[in-house]
Design a protein around this ligand. Structure first.
Ligand code: ADP
Length: 549
């Protein structure tokens, strides 16, 4: 570790005194500056940073007391140690100086050994205090960097932030961050600052690592390269720092800083850069993992979407042929029951496949909604008509209570139908024979959204939910272990999909439920304002066509 010399300011109006002190202190290895009075000293203190002031008291213009007062009142210089060396050695003035914040008091003429000891004690105290302050400051910055780095799981964002902080802290002229590819022989520049166009041009293209110093930085994984072309440096670069950004023994990227001057970074700066690269390594490896998860998710979505597409045709065919069987010849009662079982199971399978396809589309942001002006009453009437058979079979009572003048809503009619189907189907499934189901819809103002909403409620007198069920009701594949859910067909995906569909259309969903008393599921959907044009931009969901619902 290289010790940087301390800078000492001597303030005395007597030239002879100044010279004696100056020579002596220079001999201790410090840099010395002088001032003739308090005023000049104050100007100097404001202009550069000192480690210690040796101060006389009786001086023209601004005396030692006044300077002490001014310096110690200023939060910026409060920690600057001041040793008073004065011929006045009455107790009162010593006490006054100490009260004003002087570090120490030495009588004139001073004893050289005592002076030397006091100076080194003060400087050591100051060094420790500075170190402590620097440490606290670095810690605060480090925490801020960690927070910033972890806000988004993006490798390029992490690289840009890292480079930005490194440049700010070092005042380097240029720099870049290169991600080392798995082979260890190639890199991709992911962030550039201060470089000419040519390096920016290389950004995101794979380039071989040919520079000796870069290879040294990744020597653990890099084989020797025969070529040594240093294309990446600024022509005027005089000094360069290469810091590997690594985790678990693997170098993920390199942080390279270049300076047009012979910059020499202090130990503090180097330790800042090391801690920055450690934090950056965590953020980058998280971003890389996230990238991999995203890719795997994408592959899963593609797979599910292809499989569900492929399954649709054979399922339709099984269903149609099973339905046609009675028309090609007589079937007895047992055969008829078998046919119904086939059709019911194909329908269940179709529901499952469609749920799986929906959930993967929603999660990958590939569900596209066709928002239009829709009559909630019409969609609800269609959905209810489809359920009448099952509801009557279970001797349940369905009441639909809508006001006469319900404004049209802004929705995807197919998806709105799906929401109502899921909620009505659940109300029907999880309510005993003879139970009640009631559907209402009302206009409610939403102050926050400045767009009125329609509130739909589906109430049942069914089995209700336990406290434990309530926590998990919207999670994927959740089915209550209680009551009929275990014996009722279902996938545990319906409510999850319903929640996402409601939210994608600008609404919210929630419920109230009492175990063995019944449940009410509520959802909101925005109204369509009179004369409102529904542009393509209004579509809230991700890209990609939703061709095979
Ligand atoms: P599924 O009905 O296919 O099981 P859902 O996601 O629609 O899947 O519902 C998840 C679980 O929530 C159901 O299995 C059931 O236990 C519970 N549930 C949903 N709606 C109701 C309801 N109206 N009353 C009681 N329990 C319900």
């Amino acid at each position: 570790m290289i010790e940087t010399p301390s800078v000492v300011l001597i303030v005395d109006d007597n030239e002879n005194n100044r010279d004696v002190l100056e020579r002596r202190i220079a001999r201790y290895g410090h840099i010395v500056e002088t001032a003739e009075n308090g005023r000049e000293a104050l100007d100097k203190i404001r202009a550069r940073s000192y480690d210690l002031v040796l101060l006389d008291i009786m001086m023209p213009e601004m005396n030692g007391y006044q300077l002490l007062e001014r310096v110690k009142q200023d939060p910026e210089y409060r920690n600057l140690p001041i040793i008073v060396i004065s011929a006045i050695d009455d107790v009162e003035s010593i006490v006054r100086c100490i009260k004003l914040g002087a570090e120490d008091y030495l009588p004139k003429p001073f004893n050289p050994s005592i002076l030397k000891a006091r100076i080194s004690a003060s400087l050591e105290k100051k060094r420790l205090r500075d170190q402590e302050e620097a440490h606290l400051e670095d810690q605060a910055i480090s925490q801020r960097i960690a927070r910033e780095l972890n806000t988004r799981l993006s490798l390029s964002r992490a690289a840009e932030l890292t480079l930005d902080w490194a440049m700010k802290r070092t005042s380097a002229h240029a720099g870049f961050i290169a991600r080392i590819l798995d082979s260890g022989e190639e890199m991709v520049i992911v962030a550039v600052a201060g470089h000419s166009q040519s390096l920016q041009y290389y950004q995101n293209t794979i380039i071989p690592i040919e520079s000796d110093s870069l290879q040294k930085a990744v020597k653990t994984i890099l084989p020797q390269s025969s070529v040594d072309r240093e294309d990446y440096w600024l022509t005027e670069t005089k000094s360069r720092v290469v810091i590997p950004i690594g985790r678990g023994g693997q170098v993920l990227a390199l942080l390279i800083l270049e300076d047009a001057s012979e910059a020499r970074y202090s130990n503090r700066t180097l330790s800042f850069l090391t801690s920055l690269s450690d934090r950056s390594a965590i953020a980058m490896s998280n971003a890389l993992l996230y990238e991999q998860v995203q890719k795997a998710n994408h592959a899963k979505t593609e797979f599910i979407s292809e499989v569900s597409h492929e399954l649709k045709n054979p399922m339709t065919s099984i269903r149609n042929y099973a339905k046609m069987l009675p028309s090609v010849g007589p079937v007895n009662d047992v055969q008829q029951r078998f046919i119904e079982t086939i059709i019911n199971n194909v329908d269940r399978m179709a529901g499952l496949v469609s749920d799986l396809s929906d959930i993967s589309r929603i999660e990958s942001g590939h569900l596209r909604l066709e928002l239009e002006k829709v009559s909630l009453a019409d969609v609800l009437a269609d959905v209810a008509a489809g359920f009448m058979g099952q509801i009557e079979e279970k001797k349940q009572q369905l009441v639909i209570d809508l006001p006469d003048l319900l404004p049209p809503v802004r929705a995807d009619s197919g998806r709105l139908g799906q929401i109502l189907t899921n909620l009505l189907s659940n109300a029907h499934k999880y309510t005993l024979e003879g139970g009640h189901i009631r559907i209402t819809a009302n206009l409610m103002p939403d102050e926050r959204a400045k767009r009125p909403l329609v509130l739909v409620a589906i109430e049942d007198s069914g089995q209700g939910l336990t406290e434990a069920d309530k926590e998990k009701i919207f999670t994927k594949y959740f089915r209550s272990p209680e009551g009929q859910a275990s014996g009722t067909p279902g996938t545990g995906l319906g409510l999850r999909i319903t929640k996402q569909l409601v939210e994608l259309q600008g609404g919210q969903i929630w419920f109230e439920s009492e175990y063995q008393q019944g449940s009410t599921f509520y959802f909101t959907i925005p109204i369509c304002r009179p004369g409102e044009e529904l542009a393509a931009d209004d579509q809230p969901a991700g890209e990609g066509a939703d061709s095979d619902r």
